[in-house]
Design a protein around this ligand. Structure first.
Ligand code: SAM
Length: 338
């Protein structure tokens, strides 16, 4: 018989951390591999990927997400690495979207492989997507991603629109001296296509992320720059995520600012991350984690798995320390699941 779990002060969730935050969101990395090499994310010749034997298989992923669903998690985002390089992803999406309790399944992707998969992912239950796009200039896009083809991303985005994935959010890492002359172009692009735009501050994740901190831009400066051109109305809050949103007055366009460095938002953190090797990471910017793969492969029961997850949530740290200890996180973003 399944063990009764404590639900704390939150009637629908057993997952409340020591700081009173209800965990209702899992970011699930289905691979640490990526077909791009964004200079701030992964070293150019990087090959040190997780061994396939260590990847959680779809049955194992389904068990873990099912346990989270029973504990009050309702939202799951597939990420990576690049999630679309994992074969049969629509199959996994279909399995996860039909789990009890999971009512929001989304995807973060670079969209290079999306053109052929958008419709099957939508049919499998993915409702909305985030697409990384740091430049609309083909040469610059290739430079940032070390060889990526912008056309593939644009084709993927158009396929996503056609498949009625909604909303489609564009994530643009703001990089001084690299793409800071393109913010208005990106706003216009998103307005034209009905996409939401989010700017992101670069974070010191791994050596690549730390090196890119030379190009770090405080997003308050970006907001001020845009305010000279657009009337930005604050206060719009879609989805309860980390972005602070503004609406461009007189249009449907929403612009979000994700400011982990200049203004951290850890007090509202509602998420944990499961990496492809089955490690549950409690914080993007700290090392607190629980390895679940060995437990799964040792035959842990469903109720024991739920207990382990509850124990792990008790380890969630209060906040990242990217500013105080920028050398602390050696993991690349692609390893944790961005
Ligand atoms: N491949 C997928 C994608 O492109 O969205 C999902 C994984 S990717 C690691 C997730 C996001 O992390 C991307 O938007 C990427 O730009 C961002 N990212 C990677 N390294 C970063 C860093 N050091 N600082 C800020 N954002 C970073």
């Amino acid at each position: 018989m399944s063990k009764q779990v404590s639900t704390g002060n939150h009637p629908n969730s057993a997952l409340v951390d020591p700081f009173g935050r209800q965990i209702e969101y899992v970011r699930l990395s289905v691979t640490d591999k990526c077909n791009l090499r964004c200079f701030y994310c992964m070293p150019s010749g990087f090959r040190d990927f997780e061994e396939p034997d260590h990847w959680l298989n779809f049955d194992e992923i389904e068990r873990v997400i099912s346990a989270f669903g029973k504990l009050g998690v309702s939202r799951v985002r597939l990420t990576g690495g690049e999630p679309l390089v994992r074969s049969e992803l629509p199959d996994l999406a279909g399995r996860l979207s039909s789990l009890p309790g999971i009512d929001d399944l989304s995807l973060s992707t670079n969209a290079t492989l999306l053109a052929n998969q958008a419709q099957s992912l939508k049919s499998a239950g993915i409702s909305r997507i985030n697409v990384s796009l740091d430049s609309l200039k083909p040469d610059r896009f290739a430079e940032i991603t070390r060889g990526g083809k912008l056309d593939q991303v644009l084709d993927g985005l158009m396929a996503a629109k056609k498949a009625d994935l909604s909303p489609i959010k564009i994530n643009m890492v703001a990089l001084r001296g690299m793409n800071d002359d393109e913010f208005i172009d990106m706003v216009e692009f998103c307005a034209e296509h009905g996409f939401t735009l989010r700017f992101i501050e670069s974070m010191p994740m791994g050596d690549t992320g730390r090196d890119a901190c030379d190009q770090y831009l405080d997003l308050e400066k970006v907001r001020q720059q845009l305010s000279q051109v657009y009337d930005l109305v604050p206060g719009f809050v879609p989805g309860g995520g980390p972005a602070k949103y503004y609406q461009v007055s007189g249009t449907d366009l929403k612009i979000g600012f994700i400011t982990p460095i200049s203004q951290h938002f850890c007090q509202t953190c509602n998420r944990v991350r499961l990496s492809v090797d089955g490690t549950l990471h409690l914080c993007l910017g700290q090392e607190h984690s629980l390895p679940l793969r060995t437990l799964l492969r040792a035959g842990i029961s469903d109720s024991e798995l739920q207990d382990k997850i509850i124990e792990a949530i008790a380890l969630k740290p209060e906040r990242h320390e990217f500013n105080e200890k920028p050398g602390q996180v050696v993991r690349l973003m692609s390893m944790t699941g961005g």
